[in-house]
Structure formats: structure tokens, C-alpha cells
Write a protein that binds this ligand. Structure first.
Ligand code: MV4
Length: 597
């Protein structure tokens, strides 16, 4: 077994991996960027190394910096966590080629094979796994029309190098095919540096079911049951659960065995997840995730199997010590992603700040995976997810009851989170009935209910900002005849400051003085109302031109950051006098985007 593992990640997943190392008596090495000097994962590790400035490309994504840190620390293994370099075949190959350092994850060859979506489809099809009717890469609109004539519409056009729904286009009639094919290729090139696209018959109302796999270096492959990830918003999972409320035992058995056979056929080793779409009692292979996933915790809670520990043991050459028949799923678990976002404002990322109060829940059936403590200055540059609340119950009903209790206990002050949204879902008829599909949040849930939940359970003034005064709430504890009361007094404060300048201090996350993040820092004339980028990211679309008249709330552009598509809206009306950005451009936090007169 390894002596010392370097975890090439940050936040909750870095601490999660380090906990598995502690359980195995293995030393832990953290890496951190300038922004994470005081991060929870740095506190937790036995030793820590700075790998560069705040910008991920210059730190957590810097292959040589990570490998140099491993050598400096004398680490004999590197665990990538999820995100960052977890599915980067080039980095995995570099670690595989580094003397004395073992890569904890699937081989770079497996990533190459299964990361290319049409290759993965062929491997699964050869193993008898049902796949959605589809094609190999296509280039001409005639191929789309031929596929439509044979399989019908709608048709999904997907990026070969993609995933997570990015770049996916849905063709509903032949006339749309030419433009959507061109757009899909252009976005594939922009997002994944690969303009290859392929076709699939598009399923309108699927559920998103995934099967956890662990496979050792001795040919043993086990599935650990399924997770239902159907509650998603813009392809971002929000609540995951297991087992799925939508599967019969027979279908459950079939999907698990199909995943196992498909992985066996691809000589895959370590932990991985096979994703399926399920509709009308049928299941279809979607893609393979060649990493540990955020929601692995759900499976750990209902099987009692420590997946991360097995990742380390498998990488060290150990054999799985249980048969498929020994894997038993008991009870029900849900994972609630605690994101620093305001659900009432289209899930806009919250501004960072001090965690004035951080008082997580506890008690029976409650697991917290986080890297936080009260007083931390929260870093939200990389990902809006700050913690995971995982709840276990003997059945789904008990799991929901315990989740309500845990979310009501969860006290966070100083940053707006999605906790009110989660509490709403636990009272939502469709979610509680388990009948929601992947479209539910994007197309069906009444947004007004999110607003109500935010006003009911969120911090004051975290609603939709429509009220024109800031409400200050003061809390008092009083005693009347020996009985204790907690009293909140609301006080109407000063009008809320308008204006779109980021309200953050300069520094690692600060304004455009930090130089470019890949694109050129746009420059604009000083006069006029400047709408600036609230975070580092890439411009996905520009929705205005010079001379346009915009109203308050109009979408100026879409900024892709932290794996989310964020609408940048005008907080005041006006005429566009300058547009300082273009599609595909990288921007730094604070960079001017548009100027209104
Ligand atoms: C699909 C699909 C329906 N039909 N493919 C989304 C991200 C990536 N994992 C693949 N995804 C999908 N692929 C076919 N042929 C539905 C999804 C999908 C989805 C689509 C739209 C909105 C939300 C979604 C959530 C999960 C999966």
C-alpha cells in the first residue's frame, strides 16, 4: 500500500480522499493555489504545497506543477478527485510515466477509449449493452436527414469530445438540421477543441440513471447498484439519490449487469460510472465517467462500501474481496449539493465572503462532506459547490424526513446558498412522488415557488431583489415568565445600491488588473454604466449590439463559469454604447463587458 498520496484537488473531495488515506494509515499531501492558502483541505493534510496562482490553468490544472509537488513531497501516488485533471488522459499518462508515482484511477488508455463517445458506444454495443439508435461521427446535413428518415425525429447532435450536455443540439424537423449541425460543430471546437459530432435519437422525457462500478487489476468487476440523477438544472445535478424510485427490481438487475458487462469488455480498472437514459421501461447507454463522481457518497451509504478506499487499494494492486452476490443495497440515500448560489436569481453564483455562521447538521443518518469551518473566507472561484449533505434512511420516506430535519438544522450566514431550494424540493409533489424527469426543473417547476422558498427560508433580501429597500433583521432572545423566545425584528434599511460593478475586493479574485485569463482584457471608455464580469469565465453568447436599447433584467450575454451557464443581466435600462466582448472570449472577474449610457 502507498506511503503518501498527493490529492490533486481542493475542497470537499480533497478532504474526502484524505479521510480514506487516514483510514488506511497513508500520509496525505495537499496542493493549493494562492486563493486556497487557508483552504480546509490544506488544514486537513499532513503537508501542503503551493502549485501556483489562483487561476486554475496556472495551478490545479498545471500538469508539471502537480507532478513536481508529488516529487518534492515524496508521494508515491496521485489521486485526482473529480473535475480538474480527473479525466485528463494526457496528465494520467504523464503520471503513469513518472517513476515511483502511481496514478489512482483508470488508465490513460481507458480514458482515451471511453472518453470518445462513439468509441464508448461501440464498446458497449459489442458487449450487448442497449444503446440509443445513433451514428458514428457525421459531417454532412444529408446524413442527418437520412438518419431522421430511418429513426424519426427529434435527433440529438452531440459533441464527440463532449459531455454534460454542452454543445448538444436537438433537431426537431429536417429544416433545422443544417444550422444546428454547424452550431454543434462550432461549439464542439470551442468547448472541447474537437468539432467531431454524432447523432442519436433524442429521448424526450428520460430519467438519468447511473451505475457505480469498481474493477480491480485481476479481472474482477462489480457493480454497486444505481443512482438516480434526474433532478438536474441546465445539466447540473442538484439532488442525487439511490436506489432509483423509478426502477423495477427487474430493470435494476438488468441495468447493473449491463454496466458490468460493458466495463468488462473495455478492460477498465478502478472506479467508474456507466450512465444510462431510462424511458418507458427501457434503458440505453449514454456515456462512461472515468473518475470518482461527486455523488459517489449515495452508493457508499446504501452499500456500506468505501469506494475511495477501494480506489486506493485497487491502484496498489489489491484484489476485490467481495463477490457481486455480496453487494447488498439497504435503505435509501440522498445527496444535496450545497451550492453558493441564489436559486431565486436563476441560481446565480453568490458573492464570496466570510462564513459568519457555519453550523452543519448532525444526528442519525446525516453525513457532511465539506472542508469548511466558521470564519472561513469562502473561495468560490472554482466551483459553486461548497459542501455535500448526504442523508440515509431505512426507506425513501425516512430519508426525506431526515433530510428535512437536516436542512432545517443547517445554519449558514454570510453567503447565500441553495438550502431553501432543497427544502422546497422535499415538499414538492413530483419530487416526493419520485416521478420527475431530467426536464422537470428546466421546463416544469414554477419559478415563483423558488422565490417563495427563498423568502421563507433564505437570508433577508436574498429574494429576487424586487423590493426597493434592504431589510435588516435583528435577532433577540427574550424571556417572558421564565419562557424563552427568539424574536426577529425587521428594520427597513437604505435603498439597495444599484450598478453592476462587482462588489468584491481586488486581489486573487479581483478586477481586471489581474491580467487576462486567456483572452485580451477588454477596454472601454470610462463614461457610462459599465456592466462587468462578476467572475472569470468564457463568453458563450453576446445578446446585444451597440445602439440596442435594453431594459432592466435583459440578458446582455451568457458567461460560462464554474461549469454553469450564467446569464449576465442589465440591472438598469439604457442604450448600449459599447460592446467589449465577443463569443468564445475569456474574461477575468471585473472585466468590462458592455457599456450603457
Ligand atoms: C440525451 C438525452 C436524450 N436523448 N441523449 C445530457 C448530458 C449528457 N449526459 C447527455 N444528456 C442527455 N442526452 C439522447 N439521445 C437527454 C440527456 C439529458 C438531458 C437533456 C436535456 C436536459 C437535461 C438532461 C439531463 C440529463 C440527461
Amino acid at each position: 500500500m502507498f506511503e503518501k498520496v498527493l490529492v490533486a484537488n481542493r475542497g470537499e473531495i480533497a478532504v474526502r480522499v484524505m479521510r480514506a488515506c487516514e483510514d488506511l494509515g497513508i500520509g496525505t499531501v495537499a496542493v493549493y493555489s494562492d486563493a486556497d492558502k487557508h483552504g480546509g483541505h490544506v488544514r486537513y493534510a499532513d503537508e501542503a504545497y503551493n502549485v501556483g496562482p489562483a487561476r486554475a490553468a496556472d495551478s490545479y490544472l498545471d500538469h508539471e506543477a502537480i507532478i513536481d509537488a508529488a516529487k518534492k513531497a515524496g508521494a508515491d501516488a496521485i489521486h485526482p478527485g473529480y473535475g480538474f485533471l480527473a479525466e485528463n488522459a494526457e496528465f494520467a499518462a504523464k503520471v503513469e510515466a513518472t517513476e515511483g508515482v502511481t496514478w489512482v484511477g483508470p488508465s490513460s488508455a481507458s480514458m482515451e477509449q471511453l472518453g470518445e463517445k462513439t468509441k464508448a458506444r461501440r464498446v458497449m454495443e459489442s458487449a450487448g449493452v442497449p444503446i440509443v439508435p445513433g451514428t458514428d461521427p457525421v459531417t454532412e446535413v444529408e446524413e442527418v436527414h437520412e438518419f431522421g428518415e430511418e429513426h424519426g425525429y427529434p435527433i440529438a447532435i452531440k459533441a464527440e469530445g463532449g459531455g454534460g450536455g454542452r454543445g448538444m443540439k436537438v433537431v426537431r424537423e429536417p429544416e433545422e438540421a443544417e444550422e444546428l449541425l454547424a452550431t454543434a460543430k462550432r461549439e464542439g471546437e470551442a468547448y472541447f477543441d474537437n468539432d467531431s459530432v454524432y447523432l442519436e435519437r433524442y429521448l424526450e422525457q428520460p430519467r438519468h440513471i447511473e451505475v457505480q462500478i469498481v474493477a480491480d487489476q485481476h479481472g474482477n468487476v462489480r457493480h454497486l447498484g444505481e443512482r438516480d440523477c434526474s433532478l438536474q438544472r441546465r445539466h447540473q445535478k442538484v439532488i442525487e439519490e439511490g436506489p432509483s424510485p423509478a426502477l423495477s427490481d427487474e430493470l435494476r438487475e438488468e441495468i447493473g449487469e449491463a454496466a458490468r458487462q460493458g466495463v468488462k469488455a473495455s478492460d477498465y480498472v478502478n472506479a467508474g460510472t456507466v450512465e444510462f437514459l431510462v424511458e418507458d421501461g427501457n434503458f440505453y447507454f449514454l456515456e462512461v465517467n472515468t473518475r470518482i463522481q461527486v455523488e459517489h457518497t449515495v452508493t457508499e451509504e446504501i452499500t456500506g462500501i468505501d469506494i475511495v478506499k477501494w480506489q486506493l487499494k485497487i491502484a496498489a494492486g489489491e484484489e476485490l474481496d467481495f463477490a457481486q452476490e455480496d453487494v447488498e443495497v439497504e435503505g435509501h440515500a440522498m445527496e444535496f449539493r450545497i451550492n453558493a448560489e441564489n436559486a431565486a436569481k436563476e441560481f446565480a453564483p453568490s458573492q464570496g465572503g466570510e462564513l459568519e455562521t457555519y453550523d452543519p447538521p448532525g444526528g442519525i443518518g446525516v453525513r457532511m462532506d465539506d472542508a469548511l469551518r466558521q470564519g472561513d473566507d469562502l473561495v468560490t472561484d472554482y466551483d459553486s459547490m461548497i459542501a455535500k449533505l448526504v442523508v440515509y434512511g431505512a426507506d425513501r420516506e425516512e430519508c426525506i424526513a431526515r433530510s428535512k430535519r437536516a436542512l432545517a438544522e443547517y445554519e449558514i450566514e454570510g453567503i447565500v446558498t441553495v438550502i431553501p431550494f432543497h427544502r422546497l424540493m422535499l415538499e414538492d409533489e413530483r419530487f416526493v412522488a419520485g416521478t420527475h424527469t431530467t426536464k422537470y426543473l428546466d421546463e416544469e417547476l414554477d419559478k415563483a415557488r423558488i422565490q417563495e422558498a427563498q423568502e421563507k427560508w433564505g437570508p433577508a433580501s436574498s429574494g429576487d431583489g424586487k423590493d426597493d429597500e434592504e431589510t435588516v433583521t435583528r435577532e433577540f432572545t427574550i424571556e417572558v415568565n421564565g419562557k424563552r423566545f427568539e424574536v426577529d425584528l425587521e428594520e427597513k434599511g437604505m435603498p439597495v445600491q444599484t450598478g453592476s460593478q462587482p462588489k468584491r475586493p481586488s486581489g486573487p479574485r479581483g478586477g481586471s488588473s489581474g491580467g487576462s485569463s486567456g483572452g485580451s482584457s477588454p477596454s472601454v471608455s470610462a463614461d457610462g454604466e459599465v456592466i462587468a464580469a462578476e467572475m472569470q469565465g468564457t463568453i458563450l453568447s453576446v445578446n446585444v449590439e451597440e445602439g440596442d436599447t435594453v431594459e432592466s433584467g435583459d440578458v446582455i450575454c451568457v458567461l460560462e463559469a464554474m461549469k454553469m451557464e450564467n446569464d449576465v443581466v442589465a440591472e438598469v435600462g439604457g442604450t448600449v454604447t459599447e460592446v467589449a466582448i465577443e463569443e468564445g472570449q475569456s474574461v477575468n472577474q471585473g472585466d468590462p463587458l458592455v457599456v450603457l449610457d
